[in-house]
Design a protein around this ligand. Structure first.
Ligand code: NAI
Length: 349
């Protein structure tokens, strides 16, 4: 019998506990064994531990090296700094990988979208370096380094090479931020030279938004600094049905944390109506990261069947089912596929 996978679970707040619970139930239904080390982060953790990121949580990630995370709210315009950004920096999770792909039978403006967004995760305008120079004047520093820019560009080109992707566009605003985005571009160009099989292009970020909405198929992979990646991935989520559907992985040399692109959605929290698909797709990415490809296929097939079937979809994609009912349905699909005899499976392959 295989040993259990030890995973740090951060349920998060808002819709976080509802959607991560759905993903955990589905992971457990794959037949694999998991040992969950569960911790709160953010405001809820502060009430208990007087720390926004408890030491126990840090220790756990250092031990397990793999986390599954629900969204954690960040107060607007004051209060504590983003827990999400802090975790990415703490564990050097420098690459934020965001695949944008359609699910079957979700009516969207564009069918068959297949885009990969690679977002630099540790610096840019998310460096948290802001100060008031004098009352009424604030500076916010954008940090771009050769090291981080080269590292993210290399990550993108390596991914393209290993996954037969054809094209990478670096997204920038180097016409205005000549030094910072200029450095980012120089690093991308330098790395691109070592990957002649991948077509390399550059687009300015505002134009990219327009180009994406006009014709997303012109892009294959996009690589960019932190803020542009944050904004563009929400825009691209709309191509495939919205924020409830899009996963992401924060990847570093030592650890990985898998979390949805969406936030804590306070407007729908606690009502059992959030779509857990994004976190379930994160769980899929996590299974692949753990080398559990068969289980990942099983979950993906079941998820797609639930979408094809259309009876148990959540409201954001035109259904009436609750979060937990959706998860029940994915589990039922997994169980009914397992019940098909191996002979039938072979004849279908
Ligand atoms: P949001 O992603 O939470 O919500 C935006 C809209 O999308 C809302 O109408 C919401 O109902 C809908 N939505 C999001 N996820 C959904 C799901 N799974 N199913 C159905 N509908 C869904 O973005 P917002 O409102 O800007 O942020 C809320 C909070 O989340 C803020 O405190 C923010 O800081 C935090 N946040 C945390 C993130 C993380 O933990 N990685 C990422 C983004 C935001």
């Amino acid at each position: 019998m295989k040993p259990a996978h030890k995973i740090t679970l951060i349920p998060g707040d808002g819709i976080g506990p509802e959607v991560t619970r759905a993903a955990v139930r589905i992971l457990e239904a794959t037949g694999l064994k998991f040992e969950w080390e569960s911790f709160q982060a953010g405001a809820e953790a502060y009430e208990k531990y007087k720390e926004y990121i408890p030491k126990e949580l840090i220790d756990s990630i250092e031990r397990t090296r793999v986390g599954l995370k629900g969204p954690v709210s960040t107060p607007v315009g004051g209060g504590f700094s983003s827990i999400n950004v802090a975790l990415r920096k703490k564990f050097e999770l420098y690459a934020n990988f965001r695949p944008i792909r359609n699910l079957p039978h979700i009516p969207t403006r564009y069918p068959d979208v297949d885009l990969i967004i690679i977002r630099e995760n540790t610096e840019g305008l998310y460096s948290g370096l802001e100060h008031e120079v004098v009352p009424g004047v604030v500076e916010s520093l954008k940090v771009i380094t050769e090291k981080a820019s080269t590292r993210i560009a290399r990550f993108a080109f390596e991914y393209a090479r290993k996954n037969q992707r054809k094209k990478i566009h670096a997204i920038h605003k180097a016409n205005i931020m000549k030094l910072s985005d200029g450095l980012f571009l120089r690093c991308c160009r330098e790395v691109a030279k070592a990957y002649p099989e991948t077509t390399y292009g550059e687009h300015i970020v505002d134009n990219t938004c327009m180009q994406l909405v006009m014709n997303p198929y012109q892009y294959d992979m996009l690589v960019m600094e932190n803020l542009y990646g944050d904004i563009i991935s929400d825009l691209c989520a709309a191509f495939v049905g919205g924020l409830g559907l899009v996963p992401s992985a924060n990847l570093g040399e030592q650890c990985a944390i898998f979390e949805a692109v969406h936030g804590s959605a306070p407007d729908i929290a606690g009502k059992n109506i959030a779509n857990p698909t994004a976190v379930i797709r994160c769980a899929l990415l996590m299974l692949r990261h753990l080398g559990e490809h068969e289980a990942a296929l099983k979950v993906r097939d079941a998820l797609e069947k639930v979408y094809r079937n259309r009876e148990k979809l959540t409201r954001d994609v035109g259904g009436k089912a609750g979060t937990s009912e959706f998860a029940d349905s994915v589990i039922e699909m997994m169980e009914s596929s397992a019940a098909v005899s191996p002979a039938t499976q072979v004849s279908r392959a």
